[in-house]
Design a protein around this ligand. Structure first.
Ligand code: PHB
Length: 559
């Protein structure tokens, strides 16, 4: 749609849609008259593409689709078709980057990987500017509210404010849905070009059951064709759209577009999602759409009055880091993969469209290296070129691990760190949070060693906050606050000593505490502080780094 398009113009265009006998040229949102023939095969990578980078991207995508973000090495070998030695080297490189964890034969996505999706979301700015409005609307309506962007012939969620769980499905940030089975889809399709419609027809023909969309259940009625084109025409006329159980029985949604104040184009689509036990789809239109519209008006106003983005400084020294890793790990470290992925982190708030020179400068890579990485990412659909020869990230960057990682809780983030700590100091380590009353601590994660003698602390155990080191830290008691740790002797039982440090979130609030429980007989109190505290602090720092990344665009559940 042209930049000046208003809703009235959209309505006029809708009136000129095919099938009305109108001889005017077909508007942008209308589908082409005939469906294309056989779908085309995926195109071969350009000659300059970096093959190891494409392999790394394939590994990350297969892990993203896997249950819990985990596959065995042999499972990855099958899923990617790569040789075992290649899978080993790719995963060793990703592990070195902190993007996956290797646990025996299993490979699991790690919270640090969130930085790639975060780079896209920060560059996009919409989550930072609009998510609090979406959250407030969810609270006001007591229904789930989501924000989605268009991703070719699909829609991808960039924010989820989930209120109710009556549905068997609830979608995650980064999940991709086929446009025609959603309420936002027709609104995005009002701006589709002929080539977009062509692509959509091809995909429908090649994948009639939506098997390439792991987030949705397969279609049951593949023979029955969609009324997607009519829904798109209607969406252009009414500036809203419904989902009447297109994804699964019971799930209904109403959507309205949030328009970019500069271009008038759809920036994202806001949806209210409910269940037929509370609202029919039609009912959503009459009862909840007016409040959705009011929230959208406020969102558009927020976009209009937003201060200019504040470009952060991209992390420096990336190229140096990859060179050092290569020296250390040798053949097991694929430098071109590591360098290629770090190119994505050059983008961010106020850095949404970068020239090749800017990407090279931000990453410290040679221009030729940065250029080949960008060409590779463009082929993989992660980067696109703007008309003025800049590069920007696409929503597809969220397909690199974001959906499963966007659901991780603090205990899940912390567990591998606790295990590593317990192995290192040969004592048990725990994570605890404060109960709502503030009177008790509650254990939420734990790694024990065989040596521990102590009382059986299990997950969920509650203890009085005032008599435990974890509690002293969580309550920020003056001594714990000034020392940065708490040491309590004879905690729980004679002969047991506990040393605890705080875990702080992005805003610097103490949200949890980690401790080590030790035999008092094995070390003096001073030796505990000297020998064990540095490890404990280092662990807390690693946890805080993960939490900062994981919590950048969502609230990480503490339990
Ligand atoms: C969702 O946010 O979960 C959602 C939104 C629109 C739909 C379906 C689900 O059509």
């Amino acid at each position: 749609m042209p930049a000046h398009t208003t809703n009235d113009a959209a309505r006029r265009q809708a009136a000129a849609a095919p099938g009305t006998g109108n001889a005017e040229p077909r508007p942008a949102h209308a589908p082409p008259p005939s469906a294309p023939s056989a779908p085309s095969a995926p195109s071969a990578p350009p000659a300059e593409a970096v093959a190891p980078l494409l392999r790394g991207i394939a590994v990350l995508r297969r892990l993203t689709e896997a249950d819990g973000g985990t596959l065995s090495l042999s499972g990855l070998e099958k899923a990617t078709g790569l040789a075992r030695s290649t899978v080993d080297r790719v995963t060793a490189t990703l592990a070195r980057m902190g993007y996956v964890r290797l646990d025996g034969r299993d490979v699991t996505l790690a919270p640090r990987l969130t930085e790639l999706g975060n780079a896209y979301l920060a560059a996009l700015r919409l989550p930072a500017l609009l998510s609090s409005r979406a959250d407030a609307l969810a609270g006001e309506l007591d229904e789930s509210v989501s924000l989605a962007v268009g991703d070719r012939d699909g829609i991808r969620f960039i924010h989820q404010a989930t209120r109710r769980r009556a549905m068997s499905l609830s979608f995650r940030i980064g999940d991709l849905l086929p446009a025609e089975r959603t309420a936002p889809g027709p609104l995005f399709a009002t701006e589709w070009t002929e080539s977009d419609w062509h692509h959509w027809h091809e995909r429908r023909a090649a994948d009639p059951e939506d098997r390439t969309f792991p987030a949705v259940p397969p279609r049951e009625h593949t023979a029955q064709d969609d009324d997607f084109e009519q829904r798109t025409t209607a969406a252009a006329a009414t500036d809203c759209a419904l989902d009447d159980q297109l994804i699964e029985p019971g799930l209904v949604a109403v959507s309205a577009p949030v328009r970019d104040p500069g271009t008038g184009r759809v920036a994202c689509v806001a949806s209210v999602v409910s269940h037929t036990s509370r609202h029919t789809a039609e009912d959503l239109r009459t009862t909840l759409l007016p409040r959705l519209r009011a929230a959208v008006t406020a969102m558009e106003n927020d976009l209009r009055t937003a201060p200019p983005p504040e470009p952060g400084t991209p992390r420096s020294g990336l190229a140096t880091w990859t060179t050092a890793s290569k020296h250390e790990l040798g053949r097991e470290f694929i430098e071109s993969l590591a360098r290629g992925l770090t190119v994505l982190t050059a983008f961010g708030e106020g850095r949404s469209a970068l020239t090749l020179t800017e990407v090279a400068k931000a990453t410290g890579l040679a221009r030729a290296t940065a250029r080949r990485a960008l060409i590779t990412h463009e082929h993989a659909g992660l980067v696109r070129q703007t008309p003025d020869h800049r590069f920007s990230l696409t929503p597809r960057v969220l397909s690199l691990g974001f959906p499963p990682l966007s659901r991780t809780s603090l205990p899940q983030i912390v567990q591998p760190h606790l295990t590593a700590l317990a192995d290192r100091v040969h004592e048990s380590a725990s994570l605890a949070v404060l109960s709502d009353s503030g009177e008790e601590i509650q254990y939420t994660a734990r790694a024990s060693t065989s040596r521990v003698m102590s009382a059986h602390i299990t997950l969920g155990t509650r203890l009085p906050a005032r008599s435990t080191a974890l509690g002293h830290v969580l309550l920020s008691l003056p001594e714990a606050r000034s020392l940065g740790y708490a040491l309590v002797d004879e905690e729980l039982e004679a002969g047991l000593r506990s040393l605890a440090v705080p875990v702080r979130d992005r805003e610097g609030r103490t949200v949890a505490a980690v401790n080590i429980a030790m035999h008092a007989a094995r070390r003096t109190a001073a030796d505990c502080v000297k020998d064990v505290l540095p490890f404990l602090k280092e662990t807390a720092a690693h946890i805080e780094a993960d939490l900062r990344e994981a919590g950048r665009f969502r609230r990480v559940p503490l339990t």
